[in-house]
Design a protein around this ligand. Structure first.
Ligand code: 6PG
Length: 473
């Protein structure tokens, strides 16, 4: 029997863990014929139980799985990023035929995706790096998806991706991102922004908790109110709910029972590393990454707290909470602006030809960083696709101007009290630096030339200059 007679399914998934399973169920709900492959009998069992309504069946043998797919085959990988992706590709490769498509939907590093795409292209196989955001819930009921790869091959999966994605104003939260590893680059940047916003929420919590002595209920109320306004976002929404969640073990609020040591899987760090490589400053993201690392130094922090003392209360003015809201808005806007700036540069450097308006558009729903503010970002790049920086957009600029004094007051108050606000402070100093027409970097150049003859440029004439700094005048 040839393949076409046996082939039953339009799409196949490798990896039936929570994400893979939920995405397949979502695809089945949308009328697509799907199957999955997983070595684990337990995963297959759960998949078939959860997919009983659609009579979903999975495979424990990769050959049977591949044979069951219609050609050109479309195989989605939802396995842990790293060497496992390579080993799955190695298993699949001999079983595939010209024109088949593999879509890696994990959080792979974009350089791994480039390498894999190039290697597979030599064998006439298409390899897509597709970031998926939205967690378990998103995969099941509508994620935001960032696919990058061969544009012609994209037409095979376009309708399916649009059907299963989240929708905003009836528009799908998925778009063709660009060639090569652009999909994973954009997802990585999404996660960098995610780290920054989460850190800003943590700093706001710290100001309310230790600066103002608010309890969890009061903090919940503040976040709830904000979430009904311009700060409306998925992260604000879930954060407010965290504060009232009861621990079944102790009966206390769970947030107070959790260790203050944050873990990470690496995507935030990659964003900072890559931003350094392409020389685009994203200090709010950097601060978020560093602060997760600071959080791990628990013993040292306890020791130094004893040595230097704790923070002191903040003497709050009447409009303090409103100013805190404005400061959050300011720093949040800064985090998104840095992410978009990084994407603009990557687009040039890696020839991704990114459409920043479209990226903001598909981040408006389904993903972890979805927020009301993404509509402003979408509008800004829609109006001006070659916008040099989000801060230059007239609408964003007028909001930042309105919030800047409150942000200064908030940063000053926290610093006076000794409350650590690395991401908030980094956002403000980034803004102040970016709006400084003449920076003190002339001095840096003079120093470099003094000790290392690294030369400098002059403001009054073209060319490269060197001075004999030790010469006595
Ligand atoms: C998403 C999330 C998802 C994952 C993060 C967690 O967009 O759905 O970003 O990809 O939850 O990677 O990252 P850390 O473990 O590094 O915090």
């Amino acid at each position: 029997m040839n393949n076409q007679n046996k082939a039953r399914y339009a799409f196949g998934m490798v990896g039936l863990g929570t994400m893979g399973r939920n995405l397949l169920l979502n695809m089945a709900d949308n009328g697509f014929s799907v199957t999955g492959y997983d070595k684990s009998e337990e995963m297959l069992k759960i998949f078939e139980e959860e997919g009983a309504a659609h009579q979903l069946k999975g495979f424990a043998e990769i050959e049977d799985f591949v044979e069951s797919l219609q050609t050109p085959r479309t195989i989605i990988l939802l396995v842990p990023a790293g060497p496992i992706v390579d080993s799955v590709i190695l298993e699949l490769e001999p079983l595939l035929a010209k024109g088949d498509i593999i879509i890696d939907s994990g959080n792979s590093h974009f350089t791994d995706t480039s390498r894999r795409a190039l290697a597979l292209a030599k064998k006439d196989l298409h390899f897509f790096g597709m970031g998926i955001s939205g967690g378990e819930e998103g995969a099941r009921f509508g994620p935001s998806m960032m696919p990058g790869g061969d544009k012609t091959a994209y037409s095979v999966v376009k309708d399916m991706l649009e059907a299963v994605s989240a929708k905003v104003n009836n528009e799908p939260c998925v778009t063709y991102i660009g060639p090569g590893a652009s999909g994973h680059f954009v997802k990585m940047t999404h996660n960098g922004i995610e780290y920054a916003i989460m850190q800003l929420l943590a700093e706001t919590y710290e100001i309310l908790k230790n600066g103002l002595d608010y309890d969890n209920h009061q903090i919940q109320q503040v976040f709830e109110k904000w979430n009904n306004g311009r700060l409306k976002s998925f992260l604000m929404e879930i954060t407010k709910d965290v504060f009232l969640f009861k621990d079944v073990k102790t009966g206390n609020l769970l947030v107070d029972e959790i260790k203050d040591e944050a873990k990470s899987k690496g995507t935030g760090k990659w964003t900072s590393q890559v931003a350094m490589d392409v020389e685009i400053p994203i200090p709010t993201v950097d601060a978020a990454v560093s602060t997760r690392n600071l959080s791990k130094l628990k013993q040292l922090r306890l020791q130094l707290e004893k040595q230097y003392g704790t923070s002191t209360p903040i003497k709050a003015q009447e409009n303090f909470i409103d100013e805190l809201e404005a400061a959050f808005y300011f720093a949040m806007a800064t985090a998104y602006a840095q992410g978009m700036h990084l994407l603009a540069q990557a687009s040039i450097q890696y020839e991704y030809n990114l459409n920043l308006a479209e990226i903001a558009k598909i981040w408006r729903g389904g993903c972890i960083i979805r927020a009301a503010f993404l509509e402003d970002i979408y509008q800004a790049y829609q109006k001006q696709p070659d916008l040099a920086h989000l801060f230059a957009d007239p609408n964003v600029a007028s909001q930042l101007k309105d919030c800047s004094l409150a942000t200064r007051n908030m940063v000053s108050a926290a610093i006076q009290a000794g409350i650590a606000i690395p991401a908030l402070a980094a956002s403000l100093t980034y803004f102040d630096t970016l709006k400084t027409g003449r920076m003190p970097s002339n001095l840096t150049q003079a120093q470099r030339d003094f000790f290392g003859a690294h030369t400098f440029e002059r403001i009054d004439s073209e060319g490269i200059f060197h001075a004999d700094w030790n010469e006595k005048k």
